[in-house]
Design a protein around this ligand. Structure first.
Ligand code: FMN
Length: 361
């Protein structure tokens, strides 16, 4: 059984359900499970170094012969912060780590190796990735031309109507409307803006304005959310938090326990981990950075500075310094299930509410 619409036709999938790319959570196994079932898996490669990006893509290809998307963070590396603000933030974080008994290596601003999507895109082209999704902005003209020349399907992220209009004007084929309920980083890219529009309000406004298929993201946890998004005019959905507690999720056990205990009011926005606004669960690192009142470094410098603590904390299954990104409805995520079970429940739940979906073939 499959649901046919313009999105399934464009992406050559059976169900217009895209597993959200979740850097630090999504594994090749998760991506493959979704694509093999007939949805679209998305492999996040954010700011990972190009060598590891290629390895992750190749690993995913061994697990599925179906199409999957690779997801980029479309940012340019800004001018490095001055030494004094970097050093002040680092000294403060080191004091916090020491107080918590966590040994974390220091980061040297001079030797920091940072990658942008422009370093990663050639790998995607060499690997013949058919679908590329992105967040944080629109790729530059040269990158767009390269993608268009290879007939790559491009999926952009919008958190406001204006962002959606700009994505469509640049020839992006599909737009993810990311509501403020969504877990993880905001895809916001217009300077000075921080739109906080809920999925229910954002989706129909974008649907009414653009001609390309729209995918709803933010707060979709079960068949009710899928059906509601379709009713609002979305052609598909991109749930993320629904997959956080699956067996294929990379989250540690303590991290999963914190998500499982989340309620409607537990998540919040913060810039403490990366320098960009993101929604997740509070912990020691967020509290420490925010109480310090120090200037948070721009992305990806703050991200690079907190990276060793995230790694050390995760290795000890201690969630105090791990970025626990989660959406407002993350507490509804099912524990200990396979990724496929979550996808199946999304499909069957929506089919119960909209029986005509089943008849589409
Ligand atoms: C843990 C986590 C990590 C995320 N990482 C990414 C990412 O790497 N790239 C991206 O485009 N979106 C990322 N997102 C946002 C998702 O694409 C999506 O917008 C969001 O999960 C939808 O809201 P929901 O979590 O309520 O389902 C992430 C979300 C979460 C929860």
């Amino acid at each position: 059984m499959q649901w046919n619409n313009k999105l399934t036709a464009l992406l050559d999938i059976s169900y217009p359900i895209i597993q959200a790319p979740m850097l630090g959570i999504t594994t090749p196994e998760m991506v493959a499970a979704i694509s093999n079932y007939g949805g679209l898996g998305s492999l996040p490669v954010g700011n990972i170094d190009p060598v590891n990006v290629r390895a992750l893509i190749q690993q995913t290809k061994t697990l599925t012969s179906k199409p999957f998307a690779v997801n980029l963070f479309t940012y340019d590396i800004p001018i490095a912060p001055d030494n004094s603000s970097f050093d002040a933030m680092q000294a403060h974080l080191q004091t916090t780590y020491t107080r918590s008994g966590l040994g974390v290596p220091t980061v040297d601003l001079k030797t920091l190796e940072l990658f942008s999507y422009k370093d990663i895109l050639p790998i995607l082209l060499e690997e013949n990735i058919p679908i590329v999704s992105f967040t944080f902005g629109i790729p530059d003209t040269q990158s767009l031309d390269q993608l268009k020349a290879r007939n790559v399907i491009m999926i952009g992220t919008a958190t406001s109507l204006e962002e959606a209009v700009q994505l469509e004007q640049k020839g992006i084929h599909i737009i993810v409307a990311q509501g403020m309920e969504a877990g993880g980083h905001r895809g916001t890219f217009l300077p000075g803006a921080f739109p906080q529009i809920g999925t229910m309000a954002l989706v129909p406004q974008i649907v009414d304005r653009v001609g390309v298929p729209v995918i709803a993201a933010g707060g979709i946890m079960d068949g009710r959310g899928v059906a509601a998004a379709l009713m609002l005019g979305a052609s598909g959905v991109q749930p993320g938090s629904a997959f956080l507690l699956t067996k294929e999720s990379m989250a540690s056990e303590a991290h999963k326990a914190a998500i499982a205990a989340a309620t409607d009011t537990t998540t919040r926005y913060t810039r403490a981990f990366s320098g960009r606004w993101a929604r997740g669960l509070s912990n020691t690192l967020i509290a420490s950075v925010e109480e310090s009142e120090l200037s948070i470094l721009p992305y990806p410098y703050q991200d690079a500075l907190t990276q060793p603590a995230r790694k050390a904390s995760k290795a000890l299954d201690n969630p105090s310094f791990v970025a626990m990104w989660a959406g407002q409805a993350a507490g509804m995520a099912k524990k200990g299930v396979n990724t496929t079970d979550v996808l199946k429940a999304l499909v069957e739940g929506a089919e119960q509410l909209i029986p005509s979906l089943k008849g589409q073939s």
